[in-house]
Ligand binder design. Structure first.
Ligand code: XMP
Ligand code: MG
Length: 191
């Protein structure tokens, strides 16, 4: 852990370290590289903003070292819901910039919680006639799942707790934290 960064005092405990993330990202990229080695047109990576931005950057580079070639697309969605729980009703804030017909799409997600967002997104992307759609998610909370989502590539199963870091935020902060951890209770009380 970095010494003396502003956020260290706010973190109660580290769930997944920087090193673990690095190793797992390589592992996931290796699996995807093997599965898509002969994919015509390479892979179209679709990053779900903002949480997956760190993972997208690291995963794309790890995949690039092994091939096949990839291209990047970014989507932003927001799920309507009360408070911190999503309802499954999703609004597109930023759509794809191009046609995905006939492409091998891999959704790059930060975390699968209830699965509602991802389930909606897969249906949406499939309706646009891609050749295939799969998901690579760095984290999953198995105890929070409400709808089963076929997430082919999963990095870590984590406890059903709110986590921050490596792209994940609390009130737009802590995204730059290089590891994933749980905040101290007083951080929530403060806001
Ligand atoms: P669902 O419930 O639809 O939602 O699977 C997934 C999205 O919710 C966000 N999410 C989190 N964000 N810490 C965060 O900062 C968390 O522990 C957490 N759990 C879910 C995230 O954007 C994810 O894509
Ligand atoms: Mg997200």
């Amino acid at each position: 852990m970095a010494d003396g960064s502003w956020y260290d005092a706010d973190i109660d405990r580290v769930i997944i370290s920087e090193e673990q993330i690095r190793e797992k990202t390589e592992e996931l990229a290796k699996q995807v590289a093997a599965d898509y080695a002969d994919a015509e047109g390479g892979v179209l990576l679709v990053c779900v903003l903002k949480g997956a931005v760190m993972f997208m950057a690291d995963f794309a580079r790890a995949l690039g070292r092994q091939g096949p070639y990839s291209e990047m697309e970014f989507m932003a969605v927001s799920s309507y819901g009360s408070g911190t729980t999503s309802s499954g009703v999703v609004r597109i804030l930023k759509d794809l910039d191009r046609d995905i017909t006939g492409r091998h799409v891999v959704i790059v997600e930060d975390i699968v919680d209830s699965g509602l967002t991802l389930s909606w997104l897969m249906k949406y992307l499939r309706s646009r006639q891609p050749e295939s759609v799969e998901v690579v998610a760095l984290f999953r909370k198995p105890d929070a799942i409400k709808v089963p989502v076929p997430t082919k590539y999963v990095g870590f199963d984590i406890p059903n707790e709110f986590v921050v870091g490596y792209g994940l935020d609390f009130a737009e902060r802590y995204r730059e934290v290089p590891y994933v951890g749980v905040l101290k209770p007083e951080v929530y009380a403060r806001s």
